[in-house]
Write a protein that binds this ligand. Structure first.
Ligand SMILES: [Zn+2]
Length: 384
């Protein structure tokens, strides 16, 4: 169930996910937490009591989605009827919300006008930040061309600029870390975006574009599976965040998985996944700020965002680290750490209520099915 901007909602003796052995009385007024108070043990909820216990966590922030995309191959989307695409996009919003994701940063493909339409006419109160159209290899035509492209992106109302700095699954493994832009072009994009009040996220599998991202001071790098130990150290020092998007490569590597890709792409994805486990270990040890992101982009994946938790745990992160990357730290990466990502007085009441302790969930499926209610605190006009 989605509970939109509740005027008043109270929970008595609820657990806050990750805070062991304590219970809280929580009140929400006009979509914000107005009281979060620790309470003593409830005698009626002593051991053996049959009364249902509830847990609350902040709404999850997915920093790397593609909500406008309906197919793995963009040519397949172009063959669809525009009305069909719109309905599929609305379902992507609905599925994302149902799984507890209340904020998404779209990493390319959705325009602010589409977000407004889906929030207003389809009544899907998902908070979406976007980069509109990405800058990629076909834009490496000098700074004059890039300036025109950047002005087009700003004109859509996007708050982010997405740079495809290297190839991805479409590129042969030995070439995948080669830069798509010259160093001069890359630095120009970041400088221009920042001068115009835009934030920058950089798709890079590794190589010199990680160094360029650190030098230019972008907000986050994405994927980064071929990051070196040395780069992880400098990334941590610089404060540039890392959004690894690990689970998508494991899914892509599985020939029987929902993406069912060709053997060649599966093999590239498997190499990426192996490298990811190492890169994430480096990043964790170096103290890089990690952001939760899925890179989910098809109907078979939207709504299963919590699968990213399982992969991050498999790659050695603790429960607390995984949850922080999806709440507090993700909010900080968006520059919204003052009002999103925590259960605290004054914060927006973007939250998830569970019937079981989310920190004890065996896997993403169990976690997803334990969700009772998803609460979104924002007024509709604040999402438009
Ligand atoms: Zn992506």
């Amino acid at each position: 169930m989605i509970l939109k901007q509740p005027q008043f909602q109270a929970y008595t003796g609820i657990h806050i996910a990750g805070t062991q052995g304590k219970r809280f009385d929580i009140e929400i007024t006009n979509g914000r937490f107005t009281a979060v108070a620790e309470v003593g043990p409830h005698p009626e909820q002593a051991e053996g009591s049959r009364q249902q216990q509830l847990w609350i966590s902040p709404g999850i922030l997915d920093l790397h989605t593609h909500l406008a995309w309906t197919d793995f191959d963009h040519d397949d989307q172009l063959r669809r009827d525009p009305r069909e695409i719109e309905v599929m996009q609305a379902e992507a919003f609905a599925a994302t919300l149902r799984t507890g994701v209340t904020t998404a940063r779209d990493a390319g493909g959705i325009l602010p006008a589409t977000i407004r339409h889906l929030v207003k006419y389809y009544q899907q109160p998902l908070r979406v930040e976007t980069s509109s159209e990405m800058l990629g290899a076909s834009d490496a035509k000098g700074v004059k061309h890039l300036e025109n492209r950047l002005m087009e992106i700003y004109a859509t109302g996007a708050g982010w600029v997405k740079i495809m700095a290297t190839g991805g699954l479409g590129a042969p493994t030995e070439k995948v870390t080669e830069p798509n832009f010259s160093g001069e072009e890359f630095a120009f994009i970041v400088r221009h975006a920042h001068a115009n009040g835009k934030k920058v996220l950089v798709h890079t599998w590794g190589g010199v574009t990680i160094d360029w991202s650190i030098q230019a001071g972008v907000e986050s790098i994405e994927h980064g599976m071929f990051m070196t130990w040395d780069q992880a150290g400098r990334l941590a020092e610089s404060g540039v965040a890392y959004v690894p998007t690990t689970s998508i490569y494991r899914i892509a590597a599985d020939p029987k998985g929902v993406l069912a890709l060709s053997p060649l792409i599966c093999e590239r994805a498997a190499r990426a996944a192996d490298a990811h486990a190492i890169a994430l270990g480096y990043a964790r040890e170096a103290g890089v700020r990690l952001g939760f992101g899925t890179d989910y982009a098809t109907p078979a994946l939207h709504g299963y965002n919590l699968q990213e938790f399982d992969t991050l745990l498999d790659y050695g992160l603790s429960r607390a680290e995984v949850w922080r990357s999806a709440t507090e730290d993700a909010a900080a990466i968006l520059g919204s750490g003052h009002e999103l990502g925590r259960i605290a007085e004054g914060y927006l009441a973007d939250a998830v209520i569970y019937a079981a302790d989310p920190y004890q969930a065996k896997n993403a499926d169990q976690l997803r099915t334990s969700i009772v209610t998803v609460i979104t605190g924002a007024q509709e006009e604040d999402l438009l």
